[in-house]
Design a protein around this ligand. Structure first.
Ligand code: ADP
Ligand code: MG
Length: 340
């Protein structure tokens, strides 16, 4: 899965050399990072509110090493944490990365993983300030703790009111469609190991699955537009499930329109070729790491020219439930499948 064919055993290398090698070229870029890697703990310093979040990725449960390049995995692990910071209206500043790793992984494999971690740190201007490293009986587990600063006010899941507009960034369902293609090619490979995977034409959606991005740009745009969403969540488990969270926390109903859900053409085409309704990829897929948020109608003018924000519906009274108006104008109840 990567170029470096050397196979250095991590046990032979030892923990300290390993940590040094993985964190060695680490640069500190944020004012709030007072002390980074190398001591018993890092020190951070800020006069702003800070947001902290942790995510855990477990081999076999959260990723399949057969089709996940390690560099992408390192990048994605960081993005997942950063996306949660964004969902609180925070700007990411620091991360801590912990790994538990079995001897099937060589030092070169971990270097590859950390290339992705460092690439994400560079992309999002985040400092790697610590972590922990331990051996495991089997597989690979990565935990990322992300820390951010809140420049204005935190945005929770609970602030939406009846009449607010429901907005999403980017397009949805791509990561799920990409996963279906990767799973398909994996089963072809299992039957015929000599077959090369045929991924041509699916680059966008596979990229959405393997190497997603977090929408820090939108958080910066909110500040620029002086726009404070009334509620917000990131789309990690699928649009339907996230709408359920907003609805429950804010005590509102939601009404969305199927024809407004933003889908990329590749997502649409792949969904149809797999006999899936394209909107279902967005509603029940997940891992898109876009932002779902609500704004008062009076703020519509602030977002109406942004090509990257789509209004998909509005908040209703709680007793009106959670519904979608389909393309054929039927009213269907939303169902949240969530994570399985
Ligand atoms: P301790 O014994 O106090 O846990 P370690 O030897 O594990 O210390 O860690 C030494 C330094 O390296 C600390 O700053 C720690 O945060 C950092 N560190 C350890 N493992 C990792 C890792 N996988 N990624 C990033 N930093 C790490
Ligand atoms: Mg330690």
């Amino acid at each position: 899965m990567f170029e470096n064919k050397k196979k250095t055993n991590i046990q032979a290398l030892g923990e300290f050399k390993l940590i040094d090698a993985l964190t060695g070229a680490n640069k500190i870029n944020n004012e709030s990072t007072f002390l980074g890697v190398g001591d018993d703990a890092a020190v951070i310093k800020s006069d702003k509110k800070m947001v902290v979040t942790t995510d855990l990725l477990v081999e076999g449960t959260d990723f399949d090493i057969m089709y996940t390049p390690l560099m992408h995995l390192g990048y994605k692990a960081v993005v997942i944490g950063i996306s949660d910071v964004c969902a609180m209206n925070g700007i990411p500043r620091q991360i801590l990365v912990s790994i538990s790793v079995s001897s099937k992984y060589t030092f070169e494999a971990l270097e590859e993983l950390y290339k992705g971690v460092h690439a994400a740190c560079k992309q999002y201007n985040v400092d790697l300030i610590g972590g922990d490293t331990t051996s495991a009986v089997s597989g690979l587990t990565i935990s990322v703790t992300a820390i951010g600063e809140i420049d204005t006010t935190e945005v929770k899941r609970s602030g939406a009111s009846e009449g607010d507009l429901i907005c999403v960034t980017g397009d949805l369902g791509g990561a799920y469609a990409g996963l279906q293609i990767l799973e398909r090619e994996k089963s072809v490979f299992k039957d015929q190991p000599t077959m090369q995977p045929d991924l041509a034409g699916f680059e966008y959606i596979i990229g959405r699955q393997l190497r997603p991005e977090a929408r820090v740009d939108l958080i910066e745009l909110f500040t620029e537009l002086k726009l404070l969403p009334t509620s917000m969540i990131d789309v990690s488990d699928g649009l339907a499930s996230e709408l359920f969270h907003l609805s429950k926390s804010s005590d509102i109903g939601v009404k969305i329109y199927e024809d407004k859900i933003p889908l990329d053409q590749q997502t649409y085409d792949v969904a149809l070729s797999l006999n899936l309704a394209p909107s279902m990829c967005a509603l029940n897929g997940g891992e898109d790491y876009e932002l779902l948020f609500t704004i008062p109608q009076s703020d519509y003018d602030k977002i109406k020219n942004s090509l990257d924000i789509t209004v998909i519906g509005y908040c209703t009274a709680p007793h009106e439930g959670k519904v979608m108006i389909t393309k054929s104008d039927n009213v269907v109840e939303l169902e949240a499948q969530g994570w399985q």
